[in-house]
Design a protein around this ligand. Structure first.
Ligand code: UT7
Length: 322
């Protein structure tokens, strides 16, 4: 049995922040941001009530409704995030409590922008082993709280949001998957955890924020993702042209366009929402999947490739049948 997606949902914070608005609070402009990234606006948390948990729960409820399953029918909850509200308990356990999904084993996965894909692969492995039959997978981030708002080269790129899917063990669904990691490249995209200030450590207690070497991340993505997708399709014995959509992590439209060119595929096969969501890290793939599903763009039997890449370094791709 493999993982078949039977429901999707998403939730964006209420407040949408345009490039023009950002240009009133920092030295940037719409032209620079749009031409470098394709981003026009992003949704950002704007009250104490909007949290990683609230976004995740709203997306999860929508996915459950779409799937027809009840919370108590879920065996496993995985939340992919690097911006949980708490170090512990996990976001997944907090979601479990809010939903009343009392049977679900729940834990988080930290694989940055590849997190949703790694979580989907983990669920698929559990299903293949026959351990669980139903799962709720959520990608969620409130990156706005770990971004350095004085660094214009990173803060304009990211948005907050959540996407979720419900998967069940089925004959259809996942066909093949690949994932990889390279810790030796980890220092190009980092955010350090709280500094140890126990009585035995002397330290400056400044909080750390997201740091990114944008050009190195760009080079990594446009090299690694096409290679990964090609290997995935070879493994599955599938022709690239038979795939209806390639849903890539939504970091930057120039990265998506470059990957489409390298794969020699029409850009129409690469839906994108980076223009209105920005880069929502682990949430970007499930938010995009929910959008195109709700727009009626997916038909039963369609082949879809999902591919994520990001900090770690991490990357991966999955081929599945809708
Ligand atoms: O999930 C993975 C996430 N990571 C990514 O997707 C990042 C991938 N990298 C990128 O997309 C690009 O590297 C960026 C969009 C981040 C940056 O584009 P770039 O073409 O590599 O720009 P740059 O960093 O080389 O900066 C070019 C210029 C600099 O000015 P000078 O030194 O040439 O005078 C920057 O100071 O652009 C300036 N700049 C800005 N100007 C206006 C940097 N940020 C901004 C800004 N507004 N927000």
């Amino acid at each position: 049995m493999r993982a078949k997606i039977i429901g999707t949902g998403s939730c964006l914070p209420d407040r949408s922040v345009t490039n023009d608005y950002l240009s009133t609070i920092m030295d940037t402009n719409d032209q620079w941001i749009q031409s470098r990234t394709g981003i026009r606006e992003r949704h950002l948390v704007s009250s104490q009530q909007e949290t990683t948990l609230s976004l995740a729960v709203n997306a999860a409820k929508a996915a459950l409704t779409d799937s027809g399953l009840l919370p108590e029918q879920i065996d496993l909850i995985l939340v992919a995030t690097v911006s949980s509200d708490y170090i512990t308990p996990s976001a997944a356990c907090m979601v479990q409590k809010e939903l009343g999904a009392h049977r679900a084993v729940s834990f988080d996965i930290n694989a940055a922008c590849s997190g949703f894909l790694f979580a989907l692969n983990t669920v698929d492995a559990y299903f293949q082993a026959g351990i669980y039959q139903t799962a709720l997978i959520i990608g969620v981030e409130t990156l706005s709280k770990i971004i350095d708002w004085s660094d214009r080269s990173t803060c304009v790129l990211f948005g907050d949001g959540a996407g979720a899917v419900v998967a069940k063990a089925s004959e259809g669904g996942m066909i093949a998957s690949l994932q990889g990691s390279d810790g030796t490249g980890g220092d190009i995209l980092t955010c350090k955890n709280r500094t140890n200030n126990n009585p035995f450590v002397s330290t400056d207690a400044n909080p750390d924020y997201l740091y990114m070497n944008g050009q190195e991340v760009f080079k990594f993505a446009v090299k690694k993702v096409p290679e990964c997708i090609q290997s995935l399709l070879e493994q599955a014995g599938e022709d690239a042209s038979h795939v209806t959509y390639y849903l890539l992590h939504q970091a930057n439209y120039r990265i998506i366009a470059s990957i489409a060119r390298k794969l020699k595929l029409p850009i129409e096969k690469f839906p994108s929402n980076v223009d209105h969501c920005g880069n929502t890290s682990a949430a970007s793939i499930p938010i995009l999947l929910d959008e195109i599903h709700k727009e009626g763009k997916l038909s039963e039997g369609d082949l879809i490739v999902l591919s994520g890449f990001g900090a770690g370094l991490t990357w991966g791709a999955a081929l599945l049948q809708w």
